[in-house]
Design a protein around this ligand. Structure first.
Ligand SMILES: Cc1cc2nc3c(=O)[nH]c(=O)nc-3n(C[C@H](O)[C@H](O)[C@H](O)COP(=O)(O)OP(=O)(O)OC[C@H]3O[C@@H](n4cnc5c(N)ncnc54)[C@H](O)[C@@H]3O)c2cc1C
Length: 518
């Protein structure tokens, strides 16, 4: 076996990139049958998973059923969901929750049973949660503990993956920024989303579309990139930095009010504050425009400070630090980019269009979210399909490794990008253009402005970067291009893709997926 010219080479059965819920859960499951490594570009807990608040959806309530969960998911997804994948997800959900409980996940309980919260567009209370509003942190802590106990998993933190190594239409491994090569029979990309491509977002700094860009550069099929979900209620903490105010607050009775202190959601949807996220986001933007202001208000003053401190401890603390006691005053909120629905197309076993390559979590597009994700279905999707990807790998993917020659994975000779300083202004411009013109409302004229800006800076695509920030910038440019091109192609409005020049759903586009091409 020959190795790369400028660094170490490591050999595993399975290489997992990403240490959010998808990556860690896959690693734990695969350790039963494979020698696994997990690579994360930061410390293990720097990821969207760690920030998740509301919870995990599962039909376990007395009056609930998997059919109802499936129905709500497909309705929220505007008929664009992959029904087979949704069925698998909702049916696996109760068992996944049971297994997490057995692993030690500290789900909140109510009279001896798991407590169930309600979120937008769910017709039943079916969201399990932990530590009040810190489900993601509790989930990540529980899974990381298990991960670090596993002898068959090696963990590489602060290791930035830059490229998939591909030969003869098969993935061979992953290359990193410091020149190491990780070679293996299979690779799982679990690198999360690309929310940071919008100036105003709720995401962790890890969400820069790296896995998406690596897959795109390797010619892997990517779909549905026009669907970016905005969360209606983000709270500004400083500049463009926002924290999420979970939908679970509205599930507990919080009301949305405009500048005049009047409720408005029932003018837009029968479910009022509990309408699907795309409807609530557009209604809020409409109210902000009507009243010429930068926010609307969330009123949860009907609840006692004691209730709020226990049910929403993190949100209560963070907003209090900014001078807002939500038991007494309304919280100013506005929509922010939140969840990447599109991504690397996968089958129901997490398999992609490239042999040996799997994707799960936010970077993947299994089709379960359709055109608009139902709240609290994404942690669930990550868990269900990470588990299934490992089952598929166990059954079919553990082929003996090919013998590599150096030229199989020699780097192409690409231009180096100069340095971060020159480019930071360009990136900030891209992020504001994306928020202004590719956000909740889009139209051809404005999308073309972003496309032009991307083309004016296309040297960024063809360059190999020398540091992490430049790589992330390049990956964000690729993510933006995929989103803008797909949004231009879908000449209708559906779910969270709203074209003001094509404001209606068009039957022609029903069940049609926009595929990203070079
Ligand atoms: C504020 C917030 C609240 C949310 N609340 C909920 C909720 O209540 N319920 C719900 O279902 N969903 C929620 N979501 C969505 C959900 O948290 C995410 O979709 C899910 O956690 C994604 O998990 P993941 O494993 O795919 O990615 P992430 O958790 O984002 O992990 C990505 C990983 O990939 C690694 N990585 C990325 N690029 C590279 C690279 N180049 N090299 C090496 N490693 C790399 C990162 O280091 C990180 O470890 C929320 C999201 C946010 C932001």
């Amino acid at each position: 076996m020959e190795i790369s010219s400028n660094g170490n080479s490591f050999i595993y059965d399975l290489i997992i990139v990403g240490s959010g819920v998808a990556g860690i859960y896959a690693a734990i499951k695969a350790a039963r049958f494979a020698k696994v490594c997990i690579i994360a570009k930061d410390w293990l807990n720097v990821c969207n998973t760690y920030m998740a608040q509301g919870g995990i959806a599962a039909a376990i309530g007395e009056h609930d059923s998997t059919e109802k969960h499936m129905y709500d998911t497909i309705l929220a997804g505007y008929g664009h969901c992959n029904a087979e994948a949704v069925k698998i997800m909702v049916e696996d959900a109760p068992l996944i929750i049971k297994q997490l409980s057995e692993m030690g996940m500290p789900f909140c309980t109510d009279q001896g049973l798991l407590a169930l919260g309600r979120e937008g567009a769910h017709t039943e209370n079916r969201v399990v949660y932990a530590d009040g509003d810190a489900t993601g942190m509790a989930l990540h802590d529980t899974l990381s503990k298990k991960l670090l106990e596993e002898k068959k998993i090696d963990v590489y933190e602060n290791t930035f993956a830059t490229q998939l190594i591909v030969n003869n239409s098969k993935v061979l491994g992953v290359r990193t920024l410091s020149g190491e090569t990780f070679l293996g029979a299979c690779v799982i990309l679990a690198t999360g989303g690309a929310g940071r491509v919008f100036s105003c977002n709720t995401n962790s700094k890890a969400a820069t579309g790296d896995g998406l860009a690596m897959a795109f550069e390797a010619g892997v099929k990517i779909v549905d990139m026009e669907f970016m979900q905005f969360h209606p209620t983000a709270f500004k903490i400083s500049g463009n930095e926002h924290i999420l105010i979970s939908e679970a607050l509205r599930g507990e009775g919080a009301l949305l009010k405009n500048l005049e202190g009047k409720r408005f959601m029932s003018d837009y949807h029968d479910m009022a504050e509990m309408a699907p996220r795309d409807v609530v986001s557009r209604a809020i933007l409409d109210q902000m425009r009507k009243h010429g202001c930068e926010c609307v208000y969330l009123d949860i003053t009907s609840k006692t400070p004691n209730f709020l401190k226990h049910r929403f401890p993190s949100i209560y603390k963070k907003t209090m630090e900014c001078g807002y006691d939500m038991a007494k005053v309304f919280l100013p909120v506005s929509p922010a980019a939140h969840y990447m629905i599109g991504g690397i197309e996968t089958g129901v076993w997490g398999e992609t269009s490239l042999a040996g390559l799997y994707a799960c979590g936010e970077v993947a597009c299994t089709g379960v979210h359709g055109a608009n994700r139902l709240a609290s279905n994404s942690l669930l999707e990550s868990l269900v399909f990470a588990n299934r990807a490992t089952k598929h790998i166990e059954k079919t993917g553990m082929q003996p490794m090919t013998i590599f020659k150096r030229e199989d994975f020699e780097k192409e000779n690409l231009t180096m990008l100069a340095d971060s300083v020159n480019f930071s202004g360009i990136l900030e411009r891209l992020r504001s253009l994306m928020f202004m013109y590719a956000g909740i409302y889009r139209n051809e004229q404005e999308l073309l402005k972003i496309k032009q800006f991307i083309m004016d800076n296309k040297k960024i695509f063809n360059a190999r970067a020398k540091d992490r920030h430049l790589y992330e910038m390049k990956n964000l440019f690729i993510s933006a291009k995929l989103m803008v091109d797909s949004a231009l192609l879908r000449t209708e409005s559906r779910g969270c893709h709203y074209r003001s020049d094509y404001p209606k759903e068009d039957e022609v586009w029903k069940n049609h997926r926009v595929e990203s091409t070079d």
